[in-house]
Design a protein around this ligand. Structure first.
Ligand SMILES: Nc1ncnc2c1ncn2[C@@H]1O[C@H](COP(=O)(O)OP(=O)(O)OP(=O)(O)O)[C@@H](O)[C@H]1O
Length: 524
């Protein structure tokens, strides 16, 4: 309407100046106010969508089975949470501007149609041609973007190696050199190359379309008067409108690279099995309130689990395993490195699902409907445990007092204090960190305890405390303890000792003299 008014005032002397000025002011104000309104509303929407996206993705990662998270790899999850979310966000933030620009383009096209539908038809043909050629250029740009994104996964895996392996890199100059030259340098260079390639293609495509637009202006200016069918007013209207529309058009086209990146990021997120489109299955689980989980029995029936090592074309098969636990039992799990102890621990605690066989909890089969409830049975300390610096989710009124009591029991009270459920520090030795993990496990006060080589970092004195005092105390409180251990000196403390040998299980009991003889040395 604004362009129409400008064009009218240039060509039409019929309307009074007062009407034209009034209309002009009203339209300019209207345009500015609606612009502000729409942009503010859309910016709010976009920011809300971004926050929602971050929350949703985190929820989804929490809902993905552990086995899948492990095979995806931490570095790929990190790219999804950082760069992919950033790219999706950028596209979302561009939506308000694009929407406004598209509205202007549509409005402009309507005005052009009103001026002369024949010319609009001609322009339509040019636009279709421009669209097709633009699309071809875009496809090759997208290919480069895809390649860049693949490099980014690699780059993040090197960043992880950098942070996790900083000690090893600092200690060895040649390793550091190769790491910098081959891993970081090569990957960043390839990443840069693909990105530049993609951006260049976007620039070519954008400028190609600009060129077509100028071609259009040229045709209107120089060819249309020759054809003699168009009025002067229509011509000026056309030229003004086309020139005016070049800004919005450039805006829309410029955001295509953002949308390209966002679409690749979305594709990546979906590939990780974190589909944003699918309804969140874990939501209900997260919103469930904590309640006491009853434990009478836990049974593994014919359970099997396999890892496939495709590169080496080998499999590791754990099981078939038949195992039963009752309340107040102290069971030790022993076996050589790689025999499947940690895998069995993850199956028992419901972190891995058995591929064959089933787990029965209080006689009821564990499946997707009750798996998360089942997991609430366990307090576990894995060998690669993570220690939170606050006692999150432990909402008991005596939390601080109880924590202080356990700190004394675990010989940590001189180092660490607790206030409002927050530990004063977690920067202590590895053995002390494990004791802190034990403190959390005590506070969780669940029916089933799992310790994966917990005592391996403890000094002989505290090791003794663990096996001869803490474990029997837990047992006396009716807790079931499943302890992965290599400390043969303390095997006699267990009610049962189970041995794993390359994934196969043997029950060893105290009467099985020959088998225990190989495990329990004379120190007993
Ligand atoms: N994420 C994985 N992907 C593929 N194979 C795996 C994975 N984790 C373990 N394995 C393989 O499964 C087998 C059992 O591993 P597991 O960690 O359960 O053994 P473990 O008895 O706990 O060993 P350790 O005493 O060394 O901790 C090993 O051969 C190992 O290579």
């Amino acid at each position: 309407a604004l362009i129409a008014l400008v064009n009218t005032s240039l060509n039409n002397a019929k309307w009074s100046v007062a009407v034209l000025v009034g209309g002009f002011v009203a339209l300019v104000l209207g345009k500015t106010i609606t612009n502000i309104l729409s942009q503010v509303l859309l910016a709010r929407f976009a920011q809300g969508a971004v926050s929602g996206l971050r929350r949703d993705l985190t929820k989804r990662i929490l809902g993905v089975p552990l086995r899948q998270v492990e095979s995806i790899g931490t570095h790929r999850i990190l790219v999804a949470l950082t760069d992919d979310v950033f790219n999706i966000t950028q596209a979302l933030l561009a939506i308000p501007i694009i929407t406004v620009n598209v509205a202007i383009l549509v409005g402009g096209a309507v005005y052009l149609g009103l001026l002369s539908w024949k010319i609009l038809l001609g322009i339509g043909v040019l636009v279709v041609f421009g669209g097709i050629s633009y699309r071809i250029m875009m496809t090759s740009a997208f290919k480069s973007l895809n390649a860049a994104r693949e490099e980014e996964d690699k780059l993040f895996s090197y960043f992880r190696a950098l942070t996790d392996g900083i000690k090893e890199l600092k200690l060895h100059r040649s390793r550091r050199k190769v790491f910098l030259a081959e891993n970081i340098h090569d990957t960043t260079e390839t990443f840069q190359k693909y990105n530049v390639e993609a951006e260049c293609r976007f620039i070519y495509a954008q400028n190609w379309n600009h060129l077509l637009f100028y071609l259009l202006v040229g045709c209107v200016l120089f060819m249309m008067p020759k054809m003699g069918q168009v009025s002067h007013a229509a011509m000026t209207g056309y030229v003004i409108t086309i020139l005016y529309l070049m800004g919005p058009l450039a805006g829309v086209m410029g955001s295509m690279s953002l949308f390209g990146r966002a679409s690749i990021a979305l594709q990546k997120v979906e590939e990780l099995g974190l589909s944003l489109a699918a309804a969140s299955t874990e939501e209900a689980v997260i919103n469930k309130t904590e309640r006491e989980v009853p434990f009478r029995s836990l049974e593994l029936i014919n359970v099997q689990h396999a890892y496939r090592h495709e590169k080496e074309d080998t499999n590791f098969v754990l099981g078939p395993i038949d195992l039963k636990f009752g309340p107040g039992e102290l069971v030790f799990l022993v076996g050589g490195n790689g025999s499947g102890k940690s895998t069995l621990a993850k199956i028992v605690t419901g972190l891995y699902f058995p591929e064959v066989g089933e787990i029965r909890w209080n006689g009821k089969r564990v499946d997707n409907s009750n798996r998360d409830d089942y997991r609430q049975l366990f307090s576990a300390i894995f060998s690669d445990f993570y220690l939170f610096d606050n006692l999150m989710g432990l909402n008991r009124p005596d939390l601080d007092a109880k924590a202080k009591e356990y700190l004394v029991q675990l010989h940590l009270d001189h180092k660490i204090s607790v206030k409002d459920g927050k530990l004063s520090t977690t920067s202590v030795s590895q053995g002390q960190r494990k004791r802190l993990a034990l403190l959390t496990a005590y506070l969780e006060d669940r029916p089933f305890y799992l310790f994966d080589e917990w005592a391996s970092d403890q000094d002989p004195l505290f090791k003794d405390v663990f096996y001869t005092r803490l474990l029997p105390e837990l047992k006396a409180r009716g807790k079931t303890c499943f302890v992965i251990t290599h400390d043969d000196k303390y095997f006699y403390m267990a009610d049962r000792v189970i041995k794993l040998d390359y994934g196969k299980m043997e029950h060893l009991n105290q009467l099985d003299g020959e088998a225990l003889g190989t495990l329990i040395p004379a120190t007993r």
